[in-house]
Write a protein that binds this ligand. Structure first.
Ligand SMILES: O=C(COP(=O)(O)O)NO
Length: 249
């Protein structure tokens, strides 16, 4: 298969200077597999990106949690892809369900964001996932396929894209998807890529799971053939994030 395991830590809107110092210290001291086994990307809020990038162990990378959809300018409050590139931030998370829900980011808008970020040289963690209502209605596969299609319509090169499947009903709830639930959706996404993009993209694109991942459940989840890693929220702020990184081994 040859897909390098990928563990992202989405700190969301959390952190003080002291807390960030403590988290970075824990990350820098943790015993983890080498970078050819697992790719680790941590995503602090914008305001902590420069300090985390400067203090983090060199084999770990940083990501922004979002960026604007076009070249910077008169867009008060936004942060452009160009700024992230200028800061040396290599990754960006786009389409997180919290932004889709709270800020009304549509599938098309997310597709445009992914295309623009890639065009500026950023690598993208592109998030998809269904709500509880959509799962209960049996439309999970259709929903994540539509979200992925909106991205596929705007990009050609998938080599710098990681897809994060994050069921909304599992985010921040403690109700983690079962390994079989995760595998089913990851396999459907991989199949969608195979049919609609190419077998090569399907085979090489990492599809990672997010939604209440912890040190206790990561091993079983990560053992599934189409689960290529995680995008961790709450647990990425805790020392157990090191244990989750070691699930790659
Ligand atoms: O939103 C998430 C997952 O958050 P939790 O791990 O806290 O469920 N990742 O981007």
């Amino acid at each position: 298969m040859g897909r390098k395991f990928f563990v992202g830590g989405n700190w969301k809107c959390n952190g003080t200077i002291d807390q960030v110092d403590k988290i970075v210290k824990t990350l820098n001291e943790g015993q983890v597999p080498p970078p050819d086994v697992v790719e680790v990307v941590v995503s602090p809020p914008y305001v902590f990106l420069p300090v985390v990038k400067s203090q983090l162990r060199p084999e770990f990378q940083v990501a922004a949690q979002n960026c604007w959809v076009k070249k910077g300018g008169a867009f008060t409050g936004e942060v452009s892809a160009e700024m992230l590139v200028n800061l040396g931030v290599p990754w960006v998370i786009l389409g997180h369900s919290e932004r889709r829900a709270l800020l009304g980011e549509s599938n098309e808008f997310v597709g445009d964001k992914v295309a623009y970020a890639l065009s500026q040289g950023l690598k993208v963690i592109a998030c998809v996932g269904e709500t509880l209502e959509q799962r209960e209605a049996g439309s999970t596969v259709d929903v994540v396929a539509a979200q992925t299609k909106a991205i596929a319509e705007k990009i050609k090169d998938w080599s710098n894209v990681v897809v994060a499947y994050e069921p909304v009903w599992a985010i921040g709830t403690g109700k983690v998807a079962t390994p079989d639930q995760a595998q089913e959706v990851h396999a459907s996404l991989r199949d969608w890529l195979k049919v609609n993009v190419s077998p090569e993209v399907s085979e090489s694109t990492r599809i990672i799971y997010g939604g209440s991942v912890t040190a206790a459940n990561c091993k079983e989840l990560g053992a599934k053939p189409d689960v290529d890693g995680f995008l961790v929220g709450g647990a990425s702020l805790k020392p157990e994030f090191i244990d989750i990184i070691n699930a790659a081994a």
